[in-house]
Design a protein. Structure first.
Length: 123
C-alpha cells in the first residue's frame, strides 16, 4: 500500500491501536481470563461404589429449566467460571437422585471446591 500523506498513515495507525485497546478493555469487561469470574470445581461420585460419574449435569437450577451449566468428564470432574456470589449448585444424572450442595460463596479470582455424592435409584 502506498500512503502519500503521512497524516493519513498516522491516522490509520492510531485507529488500529484504538481498536486493539478497545478489544482488550472489552475482553476484561466480559470476564475473560478470570478478571471478574470466580471458579467452581469438583467431582461427582456414586455414593455406593465410590466411582466417578461421567456426564452428570451441574446446574444452579434443580429442574434444569435454564439448562445445565456444565457436565462432568469421564473422571467425574467439572470446572466452571461463574459470577461471584452465593450459590447452591445441583448435580444429577439419570438413575441417580438429584443432589443439592450446601450454599457456598464464589469469590472473584478464587476457586471453590464443591463435590457431589449421588445416590443411585432403583433401575
Amino acid at each position: 500500500m502506498n500512503i502519500k500523506n503521512p497524516i493519513s498513515g498516522l491516522l490509520c495507525l492510531f485507529i488500529v491501536i484504538m481498536i486493539v485497546c478497545i478489544n482488550q478493555i472489552g475482553c476484561e469487561k466480559h470476564h475473560v481470563n478470570g478478571e471478574v469470574f470466580g471458579h467452581v470445581e469438583g467431582t461427582a461420585i456414586d455414593s455406593l461404589t465410590r466411582l466417578p460419574i461421567d456426564s452428570a449435569w451441574i446446574s444452579v437450577d434443580p429442574d434444569t429449566s435454564f439448562g445445565p451449566i456444565t457436565f462432568t468428564d469421564s473422571t467425574g470432574h467439572y470446572y466452571i467460571g461463574q459470577f461471584p456470589g452465593n450459590y447452591v449448585f445441583y448435580c444429577g444424572k439419570k438413575w441417580y437422585l438429584t443432589k443439592a450442595s450446601k450454599e457456598f460463596e464464589i469469590k472473584k479470582n478464587k476457586t471453590t471446591q464443591v463435590n457431589f455424592e449421588l445416590v443411585p435409584t432403583k433401575q
